[in-house]
Design a protein around this ligand. Structure first.
Ligand SMILES: Nc1ncnc2c1ncn2[C@@H]1O[C@H](COP(=O)(O)OP(=O)(O)OP(=O)(O)O)[C@@H](O)[C@H]1O
Ligand SMILES: [Mg+2]
Length: 255
């Protein structure tokens, strides 16, 4: 099983768009995928048009607010064939607070220890991270091996990546198998010179990690309003073709 975090401290760079479309694309290719929303915005379930009863809060704590026991397999909701989802949302504010109160020596690995799927049941665990950096972000980076870092090809993109790098380095001191495996250029706009310049700069800095860019594609931004992934909404859109390339690369690496 591959455990992948879609993470980047900067907001609005395409983390959720990437996590959802990657998860669905892998599921469509026959892989069994669990997608976990680790953001208080709770966007993943909206992107997929489902409404799970429980969230990561109940999954980690094992009970609801009233103390009723909630079995872990009841928290993950089947969103599509081969694709299950664990919701994020406002309950994660409480979860982060609780994590922060746990003893220092166990605090960072609680998620990793709670998330142990039965052998052979899943092929991919994908985490959609929130922007910023907090106790839950650290928990995610303790629970995965690979990180996909979306970088928007606009504004001070490289500076944002450098900041995120310092966070990653501190996590790698504890989780030795953690690697920044993919740098995914997003919001690639052929009309702007800036897009080409940042892309070139990224390729020079990270020749192995940089993936083919995801174009700015209005269909990608429309699909979530219908609760659909790009493969359901407009499978012929350039955004679908771009994400297919990423899925192929990740599936190849998983062989
Ligand atoms: N390639 C793209 N082309 C056009 N719009 C996009 C693209 N990728 C993402 N978007 C849109 O940009 C906005 C931000 O994307 P998304 O929510 O995936 O970013 P995020 O990094 O998860 O944001 P946050 O940090 O707030 O969680 C959304 O409205 C999304 O639909
Ligand atoms: Mg997001």
């Amino acid at each position: 099983m591959k455990k992948i975090a879609v993470a980047m401290a900067k907001g609005g760079v395409g983390k959720t768009t990437t996590a959802v479309n990657l998860a669905h694309g892998l599921a469509e290719s026959g892989k069994r995928v669990l997608l976990i929303d680790c953001d208080t915005q709770g966007q993943v379930v909206k992107f997929l048009g489902v409404k799970p009863k429980y969230s990561l809060y109940e999954f980690v704590k094992g009970h609801d607010d009233k103390g009723n026991i909630i079995p872990k397999n009841e928290v993950a909701e089947m969103a599509r064939k081969n694709l299950w989802v664990i919701d994020g949302g406002l309950k994660l504010v409480e979860l982060k607070h609780w994590l922060g109160e746990q003893p220092r020596e166990v605090r960072q690995t609680i998620l990793k220890n709670e998330l142990v799927p039965k052998a052979g049941t899943l092929d991919y665990l994908i985490f959609d991270c929130s922007p910023g950096w907090d106790v839950l972000s650290v928990n995610i980076l303790m629970a995965v091996e690979d990180v996909i870092c979306p970088v928007a090809l606009q504004g001070p993109a490289v500076e944002g990546l450098k900041t995120f790098f310092t966070y990653l380095l501190s996590a790698q001191k504890i989780n030795k198998s953690l690697q920044l495996k993919y740098i995914l250029p997003t919001l690639f706009d052929k009309r702007t010179r800036q897009s080409f310049e940042i892309f070139k700069q990224l390729k020079k800095m990270f020749p192995r990690e940089v993936c083919e860019p995801i174009h700015y594609n209005v269909r990608l931004s429309e699909a979530p309003s219908y609760g659909k992934t790009i493969f359901e909404y407009r499978k012929k859109a350039i955004g679908a073709a771009d994400y297919k390339k990423l899925i192929r690369r990740i599936a190849e690496d998983g062989k």
